[in-house]
Ligand binder design. Structure first.
Ligand SMILES: Cc1ncc(C[n+]2csc(CCOP(=O)(O)OP(=O)(O)O)c2C)c(N)n1
Length: 644
């Protein structure tokens, strides 16, 4: 840390001679490994982009020149170089550094990120704004090879080639997404890598021909025509050139000197966009991470010597794993079930049923419409996509799936508060964006066993269906029984607290959706200790709602509390309110909706964040208690008024 200690801003870095940059990179690498071993984070991705960050801040006059990182998960070295070194250990924790990029966090984070494939669009916008405002700084987007084929990045390249705006795109090509990158464009990038050896061969042949005495020049000229035709077929960047970009590459992405030279060359291009192609290794410099690049994309805390994770495993299975295993069980029985996409438990299906499983890459919109196409032909696609990323495919869900009432199952992993990844990754919107879509049915399991039932139910249902389930482990219930079909639109009463007619203390029903069922049951136990008997309902479906059950409860209780791990606006509670209003019961019962209010939720420990919004047993208990007391108080006042 000798050198790194002296670098408190990119300006400090730029004062160093070029030949000290490898040492800076080495110190950053050590610091990232040491810090991540304690707190965890996007270890592999960030280790692969250290020299890129060093070279970028060295070659560019940041923050005047704008660096626009895609996703931002790989930008830890950038954070270290931009005055956030000492806070690195707080990354992803409540009140600490964001795991991605955030404009409020630093003037060097020119554009907020977390979702992939945004950088070229944003950078192009900044470049155009610079031109319009007659400024002269550079704008450079840094994008990974797996984010490059994302629809929006392609759309941006298309416009950049057309606008001929001065813009630099640095491609961080490590052949990896989280898993190995897939797709035809990846194939193209791989061919560029392979072409490296062809070009060496080509140069060697040229030199050999030139060295033939007297005939050399002529032989060389004759060979050139053939060579050029050949070269065009494999020339690095031929496609990039066709799209209106200049191409500089390939550069060793771990050689700061070569990178700085390439970036300076790119800065000289004034008549349009230029792509600098850097070849990097994910996990570079830490053997366990280089060896298993998939696993080390992100990591928890680990033992540096062995690379072994330090967190003790829970006994309960992760929802993602239960989903993946159940999907495979069902695929084994029904050949019409097809699965997509990777990183969401589908890895198992990709292994077991490769002919019926697809990793479509970072392409959520395509994933949805591709599923629609599969469904048109009688197959039963299960599209597993994080709740936050399906936001990308909203129009496709509406236009291509729901409007045609196609049989597609959406498995929305990481629905709810996800924790350290924060506001870009919380899955709080899916209820609101799926619920208004005609033909869609939407459900959420209370535990991992019910997830299995719901997967079967959704696949067997004719038409679009969505299941949301949280990040992390289930509640630890047995999952050995075969999945069972659930009745669509039916909830279950898990605890019967009696009703108004009982004249008992019970007058409250807690209607919980998905992950909030068990905390609601626990809250009900606490309430019972206070002589408040609550009915607890596992709603199971937000669409269609169990109208019969909910309306009966609304007629029989004084207080109806809805609980969901989602935004209140348009959410489960809103659906219940609509149902009451449609049935003229809105004035009959006091309704309290518990969920996430209208603001972005920061990053941090998920339990802590849930508690902050009252979405745990204590919070539910307190909210019910307060409202019962309020109702009692009003009742007492009414009695008093009648008596006087
Ligand atoms: C729209 C969207 N879909 C999925 C993800 C999840 N995700 C985060 S990083 C990543 C891999 C990105 O690969 P690449 O851009 O090549 O960067 P690398 O990690 O290899 O450096 C993925 C799929 C995301 N952030 N955004």
């Amino acid at each position: 840390m000798e050198l790194l200690q002296t670098i408190n801003s990119p300006a400090d870095l730029r004062r160093l001679p070029l030949d000290l940059l490898p040492q800076v990179a080495a110190e950053i690498r050590q610091y990232i490994i040491e810090t991540m071993s304690r707190v965890g984070g996007h270890t592999g991705a960030s280790l692969g982009a250290i020299e890129l960050a060093v070279a970028l801040h060295y070659a560019f006059d940041t923050p005047v020149d704008r660096l626009v990182w895609d996703v931002g998960h790989q930008a830890y070295a950038h954070k270290i170089l931009t005055a956030r070194r000492d806070q690195l250990a707080t990354i992803k924790q409540y009140g600490g550094l964001s795991g991605f990029l955030k404009r409020e966090e630093s003037e060097y984070d020119t554009f907020g990120a977390g979702h992939a494939s945004t950088s070229i669009s944003a950078a192009l916008g900044m470049a155009k704004a610079r031109d319009i405002q007659k400024e002269s700084h550079h704008v450079c987007a840094i994008i990974g090879d797996a984010s490059l084929p994302g629809g929006m990045a392609m759309e941006a390249i298309n416009q950049a080639g057309h606008l001929k705006t001065r813009l630099i795109v640095l491609l961080n090509d490590n052949e990896m997404s989280i898993a190995p990158a897939v797709g035809a464009l990846t194939g193209y990038l791989n061919r560029i890598r392979e072409a490296q050896s062809y070009h060496r061969f080509k140069d060697e042949v040229g030199e050999t021909l030139l060295s033939v005495p007297s005939l050399g020049e002529r032989l060389h000229h004759a060979a050139k025509t053939v060579k050029d035709a050949l070269a065009a077929a494999v020339l690095p960047g031929a496609l990039v050139n066709e799209l209106g970009f200049k191409y500089i590459g390939y550069v060793d992405g771990h050689n700061p000197r070569a990178l700085v030279a390439a970036l300076r060359e790119a800065q000289q291009v004034t008549d349009g966009p230029v792509l600098v192609h850097a070849l990097t290794v994910k996990g570079k410099g830490y053997a366990p991470a280089e060896k298993n690049r998939y696993k080390w994309h992100a990591s928890g805390p680990f033992d540096i010597a062995t690379g072994k994770g330090l967190k003790s495993a829970s006994n309960a299975s992760a929802y993602t794993a239960v989903f993946g295993e159940t999907l495979c069980e069902l695929m084994a029985k029904d050949e019409r079930i097809v699965a997509l996409t990777d990183g969401t438990g589908v890895d198992l299906a990709l292994e077991k049923f490769p002919e019926r499983s697809f990793d479509v890459g970072i392409a959520e919109q395509h994933a949805v419409t591709f599923s629609a196409g599969l469904a048109c032909e009688g197959l039963k696609p299960v599209a597993a996509i994080y709740s936050t990323f399906l936001q990308r495919g909203f129009d496709q869900v509406m236009h291509d799936v729901c409007l045609q009432n196609l049989n597609v199952t959406f498995a929305l992993d990481r629905a709810g508060i996800v924790g350290g990844d924060g506001p870009t990754h919380h899955g709080l919107l899916d209820i609101a964006y799926l619920r208004p879509l005609p033909n869609m049915i939407a459900m959420a399991p209370k535990d991992e066993a019910e997830l299995r039932d719901m997967l079967l139910t959704a696949i067997e249902h004719t038409g679009p269906a969505a299941i949301r389930y949280p990040r992390g482990n289930g509640v630890g219930v047995p999952i050995d029984r075969a999945p069972q079909l659930l009745e669509i639109g039916k909830g279950e009463i898990l605890r019967d607290g009696g009703s108004r007619s009982d004249r008992a203390a019970c007058e409250v029903a807690i209607i919980a959706y998905g992950s909030m069922v068990y905390p609601s049951l626990k809250a009900a136990e606490h309430l019972a200790a206070d002589k408040i008997e609550a009915t607890v309902v596992n709603a199971r479906f937000v669409k269609p709602l169990d109208a019969e059950l909910l309306l009966a409860l609304a007629r029989n209780v004084r207080l109806l509390v809805t609980v969901e791990e989602a935004y209140l606006a348009g959410g489960f509670g809103a659906a219940v309110m609509e149902l009451l209003e449609e049935n003229g019961l809105q004035d009959r019962v006091r309704v309290v909706r518990m969920g996430v209010p209208d603001r972005f939720v920061t990053h941090g420990d998920a339990k802590l964040l849930l508690a902050k919004y009252g979405l745990d047993a204590d919070g539910i208990y307190t909210r019910v208690k307060e409202n019962i007391e309020l109702l009692d108080h009003r009742r007492a006042r009414r009695h008093k008024a009648i008596q006087t």
